[in-house]
Design a binder for this molecule. Structure first.
Ligand code: CAA
Length: 240
């Protein structure tokens, strides 16, 4: 059995591609999801990867679910914090719930998963925590003060936790995807998206698999000396 890797938001989009890439590399993969039962069932049917339903933004639920995963599957050695939501709108139109929902899921989820897995990784002297940030956390984005703040927070979280994990063989890194052809990006109004794509030097949206290969590399033994870093995979849209 390969090392156990838990991918949050793993049944769709970038998360699904990450699950498949890690599985192909020999990891024993577990996917978390929050709501879409039908997609999760189909995902397991097609990949053989088990799913665990819990809200990564809920601290207690995350700790309990991770304890169950460790009991039923094995010690969690790789965490991929991929679960994320958008509640786009200009500040003037953004509600407080739009703010807290995004902070709680996108940034709080990273804290909750790390709390669940870090002690075991420390005891075993090996771990990989890979956080999915965003180009919009690096550069900001009109209509996303919540999402940009949470994703930017992920980049700070990564660098701080990397310093704590280094002496225990735990690497902590982030990937900052640009605009990828997923449901999340498909929800951006067409006229707005056209303008965004026009600014991508490579001239197209990215593919989920292109993010997944980066995650697989960071999770591998080859990534042992990379920690606290952010890998931007964005077609040249933001060079940082
Ligand atoms: N900079 C400056 N002005 C802008 C602007 C920008 N980037 N984008 C829009 N505006 C202006 C518009 O030109 C418009 O001005 P006028 O009224 O003078 O024409 C005004 O702001 C209002 O724009 P909208 O008509 O778009 O306003 P809206 O309230 O209908 O929608 C919005 C606002 C919801 C933010 C919409 O613009 C939107 O969805 N934008 C896309 C946000 C985005 O990129 N989200 C990324 C989602 S994918 C993701 O997050 C994954 C990832 O990690 C990359």
């Amino acid at each position: 059995m390969g090392r156990v890797a838990v991918v949050t938001g793993g049944t769709r989009g970038i998360g699904r591609a990450i699950c498949e890439a890690l599985q192909a590399d020999g990891f024993t993969v577990v996917a978390n999801y929050a709501g879409n039962e039908e997609k999760a069932r189909k995902f397991t049917e097609e990949t053989g990867i088990p799913t665990y339903k819990f809200d990564v933004g809920d601290h207690e639920a995350t700790l309990a679910a991770c304890a169950r995963i460790e009991e039923e599957v094995g010690p969690i050695e790789v965490v991929v914090n991929n679960a994320g939501i958008t509640r786009d709108g200009t500040l003037m139109r953004m509600s407080y719930d739009d703010w807290t929902d995004v902070m709680r899921t996108n940034l709080g989820g990273c804290f909750n998963m790390a709390k669940a897995a870090f002690a075991g990784m420390k005891d075993r002297k090996w771990g990989r925590i890979i956080n999915i940030g965003s180009i919009n956390g690096q550069a900001g984005q009109y209509g996303q003060v919540n999402y940009a703040a949470a994703k930017s927070g992920i980049h700070g979280f990564t660098k701080a936790l990397a310093q704590e994990g280094a002496r225990y063989g735990i690497t902590v890194n982030a990937i900052a995807p640009g605009y990828i052809d997923t449901d999340m990006v498909a929800a951006v109004p067409e006229n707005v998206l056209e303008k965004i794509v026009a600014k991508i030097p490579v001239g197209r949206l990215g593919h989920a698999e292109e993010i997944a290969r980066g995650v697989a590399f960071l999770a591998s033994e080859d990534g042992a000396f990379i920690t606290g870093s952010t890998l931007s995979i964005n077609g040249g849209q933001h060079m940082y």
